[in-house]
Design a protein around this ligand. Sequence first.
Ligand SMILES: O=C(O)CCC(=O)C(=O)O
Length: 302
Amino acid sequence: MGSVLTPELKRAWDEDGWCVVEGAIPTVEIARTEKALSHLFPTASEFEAAAPDGPASPWRTWDAPWPEFPFKSRSLNALVVHDVLIDLAERLLGTDDLRIYMALLTAKYHDQSSGFNQLLHVDYPNQMVVVPRRDHRYQQLETFIYLTDVSTTNGATRLVSRQLTADVPVEQHTLNLTDYGHLYAEPGEASGPAGSVVAYRPDVYHRSVDETEPGSARFMLHVAFRPATSDVSGYQAWPIKGYSMEWFDFVRQATPRQLALFSIPRPGDPYWTEETIAGVGARYQGLDMEPWRQAASGSRGE
Ligand SMILES: O=C(O)CCC(=O)C(=O)O
């Protein structure tokens, strides 16, 4: 993991509050999601060809009902809990006890307006019940995993170093052009090939830009992490997914490390008793309960 988070990227995260880990996830794993994406979204050419009120119409706005994890596609689910991503989150947040509080997919097309997201903003109004801290405590990590190549003309998010916004009052979650025009002038740009991961802190101002390249589309996964000990942030809830086949399919093939991100206690946690191990095994038939069983028998000294 040390190899994807270079000292320069760690410095950018610490000082600017954001960085792009280029090519963090192998392209072969990104390519496996192509078919699933074609079931979830119109392709760029289908979008261009569709009538304004046709089947592509839900995606004409950035405020569309975006598909949420867990997905039908195991290839998409695998990216949400990819070891590279978890390692990155552990390094940037300084703990291995993490939760995922958001995982969804978005699509951006030429001719789709970015709406209010074109204004520089931070995300806390709908992801936290308080405001972000600016020191290194109580951090959370927002990421974009690029499923397509992203460049200046096809929607690279613009982000401003937190060093330039230290004086902005924290309640100013959206920055108007009159008072903050200078911050729009030279924002950083999160370009990167498919497989890149953009990482940013909750106090980093950023904005969407419209795609100017005709016939282009940008697909990305948004995955956000918080330390297990801090629940001031949130967005999706996982128990509500409990009836869905997608959730069953995900849980049954996931590892304890991956499941802990969704609050399924790790092996050795006091939640686990003979009864709960048997019950969870019965609920998710096919999930290998051996790691939980072994940890429990170890703690009983068997
Ligand atoms: O679409 C983008 O480039 C940025 C999206 C954004 O602003 C957000 O997720 O908060």
